[in-house]
Design a protein around this ligand. Structure first.
Ligand code: AMP
Ligand code: ZN
Length: 124
């Protein structure tokens, strides 16, 4: 799509790719190494990915996780997240999966992780 930022990424921004997915660094990272895994096909929702794309995504997710963990020994965990739909916080309407490295002590109490999409529900 002509007006989609993820359909029009400069080649220099692309960290890795396979036949169906691109990998870039998030421009406004939550933590150092925050990575986005993006299908080459313009599709708004993760749930619209074809089976072939789903398995290709999982391969890419594993390889990026291994890459980040081996490059940076301070990483002690990961959050993997998809904001699917505007009401779930999606701002770029081209499917992308967040891979966010976490480090011991990077916030006071990480309990609940992705439950923090509703901040007052993060801890339980
Ligand atoms: P979401 O809220 O899930 O749609 O996330 C969009 C993500 O894309 C955010 O984490 C932004 O920081 C990131 N982002 C926005 N524009 C760009 C860009 N031009 N290049 C890389 N990441 C971007
Ligand atoms: Zn797009």
């Amino acid at each position: 799509m002509t007006d989609c930022i993820f359909c029009n990424l400069e080649a220099s921004r692309i960290e890795d790719e396979n036949n169906l997915f691109l990998v870039i660094k998030d421009l406004y990272p939550v933590t150092e190494g925050h990575t986005l895994i993006i299908p080459k096909r313009h599709v708004p929702s993760f749930f619209e990915l074809f089976e072939e794309e789903q398995s290709s995504f999982l391969e890419m997710l594993h390889s990026q996780k291994e890459k980040l963990a081996s490059m940076d020994q301070t990483i002690t965990g990961f959050n993997v997240g998809i904001n699917d739909g505007e009401d779930a916080g999606q701002t770029v309407m081209h499917c992308h999966i967040h891979l966010i490295p976490r480090r011991n002590g990077d916030m006071e109490n990480p309990m609940g992780g992705v439950r923090g999409v509703i901040p007052e529900k993060q801890s339980y």
